[in-house]
Design a protein. Sequence first.
Length: 117
Amino acid sequence: QVQLVESGGGLVQPGESLRLSCTASGFMFSTMTVSWYRQAPGKEREYVARISYAGRTTHYADSVKGRFTISRDNTENMVYLQMNSPTPDDTAVYYCNALNKYGSEYWGKGTLVTVSA
């Protein structure tokens, strides 16, 4: 069964670090580019960060560059998003996406991050 499951969301105060995890099963995770997206209330889903299949290349949206770090452990079929210095503007449901060069694509169901004092 193909699954992507996000975890680690919750309520944090502005400036309090948080790490999201994405666990994959049922497919060749290590061959896939993995991205994080987010969707804030009342807004469209937006791209956050991406990591190549081997973890050598990363890319970030300008809004999170310098604050968030994406990483992966292919031995554990995991991808992480370290969120440092979050602000209320980072409040959203965060989704994990896996995509390979053949166009196979998977999405998780998301984990809610709320940044509020």
